[in-house]
Structures are given as structure tokens and as C-alpha cells.
Design a protein around this ligand. Structure first.
Ligand SMILES: [Zn+2]
Length: 365
């Protein structure tokens, strides 16, 4: 059993299916009635040395994420870090000519600074000016320095230590025959990337197999650099995540935002959390943020993201809460848990010499 003040990691799931994937990476799950605050129940358990409390948003979108984070900090006052773990749309390719990286479905994206941005940006924040163009004026706190160090260390260890394959196997091992197949890698045959101008022909429930013309599909059987794509071997990509309240299902607009802001992934929650709390975002890619978006890859992408997040947690030093008295219930602090005995730095918003608090005003386009 864990008391509320012993939880030090808040794990945010925008969708219930992401919570089910998170449940499968817990080393131990606590009884539900023991993990609650003000009659709201959370999923709680431990991963390695961390006591992790997992919450699901009531509504999708930036505000839903911000409200959940605030409620979790109120109920579990020693949460030091948030992990936002779920699914998202990815860009198919990124990087300079000659060194292009391909993102395929099931891959994982981790929020990391690139160019002018600190890992997450709300790309629809700005001012409408002139003849009706939106000029970006957003800013979002970057991934805090100590959390970014854990991301970088884990990244440097390379694939063999990341071990997503092994965690996926463990996750399936907790399920019965019928259930475990929902987390199977759907494989490159079901990974359909259509040419940018070819629009989806079916309803949003169709997976393109019968409704869309296969002649317009780019093969995803390899990763573009003749590297073979293997079952349960997703790649992990590091870069900026584009966050907004608008669902991104236009390949043309996706490409434009990618070009303007150097982003590799689109979602609808992270900016709501990053502005207030130290957070790293981990997203499994389930579609290409275009009109062909469907649900076929959602479970697997949720699983690969959860599997990566579990590994990342093993690189984050545990926070010792034994010397700290639990705070009065209901006290909400905008500051990270200062009452905990932190074993390492306390600079939650500095990102390796960059300042992401200031307005970043990208020029007119
Ligand atoms: Zn389609």
C-alpha cells in the first residue's frame, strides 16, 4: 500500500486505451481503492523504485491535460515529474537531405529540444495579423534539465538498453490468449503512408485497405536507408512535438507546420501540462497526421510508448519521500515538490542553457 505523499511520478494518459497499456508496464499494481483523492480513483503502482500514479483525462485537449495535472498534484503533492504517455500522429520523414530519418507506425517520439523550441510547442498560439495570417508567438517551458539528462543518458545507451521488445513481451505475458493479440505489431503491410495529396476515400472507420488506392502508397517495409524493419523493434525519435487543440489530419498543413517549426509529431495535450509542470512527453506513433488516420495502430502504439516510458523511468533517480511530512490535503502548489528530499538538481525549467520562457517570435511566412 502507498500513501498519497509517496507517489513521485505522475503519468498522464489522454485516453483510456493508453491507461490500459500503462497498467501492463507496472511491476506491481496497487488496489484501486487505495489510490484516490477526493473520491476520484487513479491507477497506482510501482515501476522499479518509483511509485507511479496514473490518471486519464476526462476530455481530450490541452485544457483537459492541464486540469488532470493540477488535480494529480493536489492529491499527490510529492509528484516531482510528469510523464505524458500516449499515442500521436507522426511526420513520415524529417532531417536534412542526405540524413533523413523515417518514422514508421509504432515508433516512439520523445519531446526533446531542437532549433528554437524546447521540445513541445503550441503551434496555433499567436496573433492574426495583416491580411489574415497567424504569426506564431507561443512559448512553452522546455523539458527540465534533470529530466532531459535522463532522456539523453537513456538515448546514449542505444537500442540494446532501451529494450522495448522485451517489455512488449512482458506486457503480453500478463494477458490471456485473446487479449494479447491486441498488442501485436500490425506490421508494414498495414502501415499505409499515402502520397500527400491523395485524400482518404472512406469513412474514419475504414483502414484504407478497401477504400483507398494502393497505387498511392509509399512502402514502409524498410526505413528508407535500406535498414530492415523488424517486428517489435520500433525506433525512438527525439524532437519537437507540435501541440494544439486542433486535430491535425491534413498532410499539407502537417508538412507546413513541420517545416516552419521543425516538429516531428502532432498531438493535443502536452502544451497544457508543460506550461506548469516538469514533464517529458512520450508518444507512440499511430498515424501520419493526415486524412487516412484510423484506429488500427492505436493499441500497439500505446504499448510501445508505455514500454519506452518504463525504461526511461529506470534512468530517473528515485525521489526519497521518507523524510517529508505529507502536506495538508488540498494544498495546491505551482512549484514542484520542494518538500521532498531531492537527490539531484532542482532547476525545473532551465533547459541546457536555453531560456524558453521568453517569447519566440518566428518571422512572417
Ligand atoms: Zn485512406
Amino acid at each position: 500500500m502507498a500513501k498519497n505523499h509517496q507517489f513521485t511520478i505522475g503519468w498522464i494518459c489522454p485516453l483510456p486505451l493508453e491507461k490500459e497499456a500503462a497498467r501492463l508496464v507496472l511491476d506491481e499494481e496497487y488496489p484501486q481503492e487505495e489510490v484516490q483523492y477526493q473520491n476520484v480513483y487513479y491507477l497506482g503502482g510501482c515501476i522499479g523504485e518509483h511509485k507511479v500514479v496514473i490518471g486519464v483525462q476526462r476530455r481530450i485537449g490541452l485544457t483537459g491535460a492541464a486540469i488532470l495535472a493540477e488535480k494529480m498534484r493536489a492529491g499527490f503533492p510529492n509528484i516531482k515529474y510528469f510523464l505524458l504517455v500516449g499515442i500521436a500522429g507522426g511526420v513520415p520523414r524529417y532531417g536534412p537531405a542526405g540524413a533523413v530519418s523515417e518514422i514508421v507506425l509504432g515508433d516512439v517520439v520523445v519531446s526533446s529540444p531542437r532549433g528554437n523550441h524546447g521540445g513541445v510547442l503550441q503551434y496555433d498560439k499567436g496573433a492574426w495579423e495583416g491580411q489574415g495570417q497567424l504569426n506564431y508567438r507561443g512559448h512553452t517551458n522546455g523539458v527540465p534539465g534533470d529530466l532531459m539528462a535522463a532522456v539523453n543518458n537513456f538515448r546514449a545507451e542505444g537500442w540494446s538498453k532501451t529494450n522495448i521488445t522485451e517489455v512488449l513481451k512482458q506486457m503480453r505475458g500478463k494477458l490471456n490468449q485473446e487479449q494479447k493479440h491486441q498488442y501485436d505489431d500490425p506490421g508494414p503491410g498495414r502501415d499505409r503512408l499515402f502520397q500527400d495529396t491523395y485524400e482518404h476515400k472512406g469513412t474514419e472507420l475504414n483502414d484504407c485497405k478497401t477504400c483507398c488506392d494502393a497505387d498511392y502508397v509509399d512502402s514502409r517495409y524498410d526505413r528508407g536507408d535500406r535498414a530492415t524493419r523488424l517486428v517489435d523493434r520500433p525506433s525512438v525519435h527525439f524532437g519537437n512535438i507540435a501541440s494544439s487543440n486542433q486535430l491535425q489530419i491534413s498532410a499539407v498543413e502537417r508538412n507546413r507546420v513541420q517545416q516552419e517549426h521543425d516538429v516531428i509529431c502532432f498531438e493535443m495535450e502536452a502544451a497544457g501540462v508543460m506550461d506548469e509542470y516538469p514533464c517529458v512527453v512520450v508518444r507512440g506513433i499511430c498515424d501520419y497526421a493526415d486524412s487516412h488516420k484510423n484506429k488500427g495502430w492505436q493499441n500497439y502504439a500505446a504499448a510501445t510508448a508505455a514500454a519506452y516510458a518504463k525504461g526511461l523511468l529506470s534512468r530517473i533517480p528515485a525521489v526519497d519521500t521518507t523524510s517529508s511530512a505529507p502536506r495538508a490535503e488540498g494544498s495546491i502548489s505551482q512549484q514542484p515538490a520542494n518538500v521532498t528530499n531531492m537527490r539531484f538538481g532542482n532547476n525545473h525549467h532551465g533547459v541546457q542553457g536555453r531560456d524558453f520562457h521568453g517569447d519566440v517570435h518566428i518571422g512572417r511566412r
